[in-house]
Design a protein around this ligand. Structure first.
Ligand SMILES: *Cc1c(COP(=O)(O)O)cnc(C)c1O
Length: 385
């Protein structure tokens, strides 16, 4: 079967789904098999392959990465009266998962260079929460734009304070930290297969753990907490959070192509790096970690005092050429949603937010689209020399 890849025409987007003939084949096979309902053999196979890829004992396929974070925190005991530490530099889903449980999100700032959770500030935050007697259910490091958090340092800090780690690896499938794959860290880890992520099931997520009892509880909670009985018997409130067999088929096809898709994103980052090489005040964000990163999104950091222009100027120029670009995540402590939330902050996330811009990074970009983006960026740099 041949199929035209499904792509948006016109505007060049940051990270569109990279889906084609193989995906159509696998979804068609799932339909032909009659397994249309949630769950089924392709969900089982998808869970097994992801668990292998991430070096985990158990994987539970869920309807989203947010659902995985929510159930992970619930299972660890997050509830009103307890705190969960979250980096302020993240997508809102990390913090929303805490809010769903009734626990208090406490925001901690990031490393100024890499943007991932600062172990030193985390230590200070856990000490302060301990001193005031607030129990902390978990710390949720985020693998920002595919760059793994510093799990060596974070694990040491969390062990000292006796707090478990829930790894938000939603952006990081295919990355690694000191030779270990993203998703293998923490008591529990969460992946996302949303449409804009490194690979997609259109919408979906995965919870990863090495603990059989945790995996079993998550399966139970995600299927309406149904007790073993011939009728429907329930003793607690559950959730409808499982992944459909059709979407798992899409995931299996994407997983076959994951390394190729990462290779395309990496090549794009190399092009950007070559273009800004030697331009005063401009550099590629997280460049020192490239070898271990999946290069999900490439961002530039621009010091306007040195460059003579700001990321906003560049964003405008790209937008005029119908090319999407976007600032880094707006820090959670700056969101109206979390006004009044507590934080241990040193201005690093604010600075990255003010000086960073993510560029089209998707593996579905055509050669022609890549040329358009690089030419537009090159012209901008030429005009602003
Ligand atoms: C995408 C994302 C999520 C949420 O994943 P969904 O599958 O969209 O629910 C959580 N955390 C981070 C850091 C993300 O980028």
């Amino acid at each position: 079967m041949t199929a035209a890849p499904v792509r948006s025409r016109g505007r060049i987007l940051l990270s569109s789904p990279d889906v084609g003939g193989r995906e159509q084949e696998m979804v068609a096979a799932a339909i032909a098999s009659g397994w249309i309902a949630p769950l089924g053999p392709m969900v089982d196979a998808f869970e097994q392959r992801i668990a292998e890829r991430c070096g985990r004992e158990h994987a539970v396929a869920l309807s989203s990465g947010t659902a995985a974070l929510h159930l992970a925190l619930l299972e660890l005991g997050a509830r009103p009266g307890r705190a969960v530490v979250v980096p302020t530099m993240t997508f809102v889903a990390t913090a929303n998962a805490v809010t769903y449980t009734g626990a208090e999100p406490v925001f901690v700032d990031c490393d100024p260079e890499t943007g991932v959770l600062s172990p030193a500030l985390l230590d200070a935050a856990l000490s302060a929460l301990g001193a005031e007697g607030t129990p902390v259910t978990a710390v949720v490091p985020v693998d920002l734009l595919g760059r793994c958090a510093d799990y060596t340092a974070i694990d040491a800090v969390c062990a000292r304070h006796g707090v478990p780690v829930v790894s938000d690896a939603a952006e990081a499938l295919g990355s690694s930290w000191q030779g270990r794959p993203a998703g293998s860290f923490g008591a529990v880890a969460a992946l996302s297969f949303n449409g804009n992520k490194i690979m997609t099931t259109s919408g979906g997520g995965m919870l990863l753990t090495d603990d059989a009892a945790t995996a079993q509880r998550i399966r139970y909670l995600s299927t309406q907490a149904r007790q073993p009985a011939v009728h429907y018997e329930h003793t607690e409130a559950g959730y409808n959070y499982r992944l459909s067999n059709l979407l798992a088929a899409l995931g299996l096809a994407q997983l076959e192509r994951l390394d190729e898709m990462i290779g395309r994103r990496r090549a794009l980052r190399e092009h950007y790096a070559a273009l800004v090489d030697g331009v005063p005040g401009v550099r590629v964000f997280q460049r020192d970690g490239d070898a271990a990163d999946n290069c999900w999104l490439t961002a530039l950091l621009v010091d306007p005092a040195v460059a003579g222009w700001s990321v906003d100027d560049l964003r405008q120029a790209l937008d005029d050429a119908d090319i999407e670009s976007r600032p880094l995540w707006k820090p959670m402590h700056r969101q109206p949603l979390f006004a009044g939330a507590r934080g241990h902050l040193d201005g690093s996330a604010d600075r990255l937010f003010a000086t960073g811009l993510t560029l089209p990074s998707g593996s579905a970009l055509t050669a022609g689209q890549v040329d358009t983006v690089l030419e537009t960026l090159g012209d901008f740099l030429e005009r602003h020399r």
